[in-house]
Design a protein around this ligand. Sequence first.
Ligand SMILES: Cc1cc2nc3c(=O)[nH]c(=O)nc-3n(C[C@H](O)[C@H](O)[C@H](O)COP(=O)(O)OP(=O)(O)OC[C@H]3O[C@@H](n4cnc5c(N)ncnc54)[C@H](O)[C@@H]3O)c2cc1C
Length: 415
Amino acid sequence: MEADTSILDAAVVGAGWAGLGVSHALSQAGLRHCVLERGRIGETWRTQRWDSFRMNTPNRVTVMPGDHYEGADPEGFLTRDGFVALLEQFAARNRLPIRTGSPVTELVQDEESGGYRLATPDGTLRARNVIIASGSLNRPRRPAVADALPPGLIQVDASDYRNPAALPVGAVLVVGSGQSGGQIAEDLVLAGRRVYLATSRIRRFPRRYRGQDIVQWLLQAGWMDVPRRDFVEPSGRIPPRPLLGAVHTISLQSLSAQGVVLLGRFTGVADSVRLTFANDLPDNMTFADEASDKLKRKIDDFIAQNGLQAPAAEPDPAEIVAPRLPNPLIRSLAPTGQGITTVIWCTGFEGDYHWVRLPGVLDARGQPVHEESVANLPGIYFAGLDFAVTRRSGTIMAIAEEARRVVQHITARRP
Ligand SMILES: Cc1cc2nc3c(=O)[nH]c(=O)nc-3n(C[C@H](O)[C@H](O)[C@H](O)COP(=O)(O)OP(=O)(O)OC[C@H]3O[C@@H](n4cnc5c(N)ncnc54)[C@H](O)[C@@H]3O)c2cc1C
């Protein structure tokens, strides 16, 4: 293909929900643009989610800009493949200009035009504005201690886990008890695998409360719209999203009752062969229980203050079940002794922006520097970033508003 020398109004990098949502808003504003996608539409969802994966946002709110859920199961949860189909249909229905199989290998300033150049294996594109929607949660993060694990243990990231049968025979150690860790541990134990779970200090939300899905309450009570400045810690850290089971509540006690062996936080390797764990399992369990109780009290207050009709609270089986904790608690174990063959790291994700070669746009860790998705170079934007503006940011429930805002910004700076 010849290099494309015409200058587009905008180029969007990535065809996940963020890139597609922005493309839709650009089309509506009549801006000439192109979406460059390294793989297929929804590539992250196709290749980085396990087979039994379900969205944890209910169908009612798992919708793209301008769409409304019209199916028969508003409180249900889409499967991985169902969600990819939703994205594909949205792109086709809106005739979005997407080039799949087109990875951006370099994004640089274009001195000549004052815009930007995007290199792909098929040629170079120029655009006045670039929206980076390449995903802020699609490169797994492993703790440094992973390098010290005894050789012979298979190490897998949550994004590479597919199903229990795809792992080697033997017990599995899942590290991290957030959304991915909790759901993967349950997937494994339900398949009859022996599972150890190194827990973390992370909140838990129940799936439903007082007659409706928890996400519905979070939206209704304005919790999802709390601005970033109100929950970012002084260190700049943002507490991770709580453990929330897709479809039903998952708690440390429900996993334990199902047979998962709970451990404290994974701290390292002793004598080259023994894996060690902190003494914090009871604290981690209490912390999660308290977070769930606190949220429920907030919802109760919201219901009372607004005079809403809602059924009385009912106990959630996953929250009241008695755990079967190891006694004494396990502080160290030798993988070979316990038959552990695989470690699955569920220790978080970040974005892969190695191809962005622009001054001041990434921080020392290679992650976005931005103010409400606007980078500090004119015409450079991010979309889909977790917690960019509010708690809703980074979920599909944010994209309609985010896309509108980014496109308004672009239109306002048009010559
Ligand atoms: C395990 C997990 C479960 C989640 N569940 C939910 C949920 O149920 N509901 C919800 O609302 N949110 C959920 N999220 C959060 C959020 O939806 C994801 O982070 C989401 O993928 C963000 O959308 P995105 O379009 O920004 O990124 P992505 O979906 O990652 O899309 C980015 C796209 O950019 C492409 N790309 C990357 N680099 C390049 C390049 N150099 N050139 C061209 N293309 C490129 C990728 O191939 C990909 O298709 C979940 C996140 C995780 C990790």
